[in-house]
Write a protein that binds this ligand. Structure first.
Ligand SMILES: *[C@@H]1O[C@H](CO)[C@@H](O)[C@H](O)[C@H]1NC(C)=O
Ligand SMILES: *[C@@H]1O[C@H](CO)[C@@H](O)[C@H](O)[C@H]1NC(C)=O
Ligand SMILES: *[C@@H]1O[C@H](CO)[C@@H](O)[C@H](O)[C@H]1NC(C)=O
Ligand SMILES: *[C@@H]1O[C@H](CO)[C@@H](O)[C@H](O)[C@H]1NC(C)=O
Ligand SMILES: [Cu+2]
Length: 253
């Protein structure tokens, strides 16, 4: 430990505490934090705890997240809007942030997330100047994030959707089931003239395995020099992973 650079030592210390856990309880629309906690995000019963079994249906919207849709409101947005989530309390472990979307066949309140999911956002390693340089190991753009924003693709067709935030902590990912998944689903009603076909898609469970790239990582997390996130390619085709946190929110009301 003593020989580690100071910044790495801080990250290492944080990785070993249990107060570093989180969940997602509100959405952000065009920089405005919307509503009350759990008003538009399905209130799961897992608190700030993580999931580790990628074969469980809990991977969709967390524990009890498939039941709580009836008690969750659906927020109207436009395709192309800037969306985001608030992180309760802090993204306190090393790893990426991802967002998936899945269209409900009818009212999203009743949707069990068993359909197709496409990935529309990944925030991964940090390549900005303020992440430091030097030893080449991965630094995380998610480090201590409390909010993050991304674009809802303009090509997304109109309809009701589950919008699934997924943070992955990799500090114990050298073992099977060591990766930690922090998951919550918002309900949105999308107005759009878009005619895109989201894909490639995966299912939850099914799309991830315990030994997928980015989930089982043989090397110790603090020494990896690159990171490949699990899941399908980002949609729309050609979308690149983000490497800089966009945590902007308006401070008014
Ligand atoms: C939904 O809300 C009703 C009324 O408050 C409550 O009785 C019920 O248990 C809730 N259901 C879930 C799944 O949270
Ligand atoms: C759809 O197209 C109409 C007509 O061009 C436009 O008025 C409307 O704002 C568009 N809706 C969205 C959500 O982009
Ligand atoms: C990945 O895990 C599955 C099931 O746990 C196993 O069947 C498969 O052989 C593993 N693949 C590799 C490359 O280790
Ligand atoms: C780093 O890249 C290599 C080559 O593409 C890949 O095999 C390996 O899984 C990556 N490491 C991580 C931690 O994603
Ligand atoms: Cu932890």
């Amino acid at each position: 430990m003593k020989s580690l650079p100071a910044t790495l030592a801080v990250v290492a210390a944080l990785a070993s505490t249990t107060c570093a856990h989180w969940t997602y309880d509100r959405i952000i629309v065009n920089d405005q934090v919307i509503g009350e906690p759990w008003q538009y995000v399905r209130h799961h019963s897992n608190g700030n705890n993580f999931l580790s079994d990628v074969t469980s249906t809990d991977m969709r919207c967390n524990i009890d997240g498939l039941l709580s849709g009836v008690n969750t409101s659906t927020y109207p947005v436009n395709a192309g809007d800037r969306l985001g989530f608030t992180i309760k309390d802090t993204f306190g472990h090393p790893g990426p942030q991802q967002v998936y979307i899945s269209k409900a066949p009818a009212d999203v309140k009743d949707y069990d997330g068993s359909g197709d999911w496409s990935k529309i956002y990944t925030l991964s390693d940090c390549r900005a100047k303020d992440c430091g340089t030097g030893d080449g190991v991965v630094k995380w753009a998610t480090y201590r994030a409390q909010t993050f924003n991304f674009k809802l693709p303009a090509e997304l067709p109109a309809g009701e959707y589950l919008l699934r935030a997924e943070g992955i902590a990799i500090h114990a990912a050298q073992k099977i089931k060591g990766a930690q998944f922090y998951v919550a689903c918002a309900q949105i009603r999308v107005s759009s003239n878009g005619t895109g076909v989201p894909g490639p898609t995966i299912k939850f469970p099914g799309g991830y395995t315990a030994n997928s790239t980015g989930i089982l990582i043989p090397q110790i997390w603090s020494q990896i020099t690159n990171y490949t996130s699990p899941g399908p390619k980002l949609w729309p085709e050609g979308t690149e992973e983000a490497h800089v946190l966009d945590g902007k929110v308006k401070q008014s009301d």
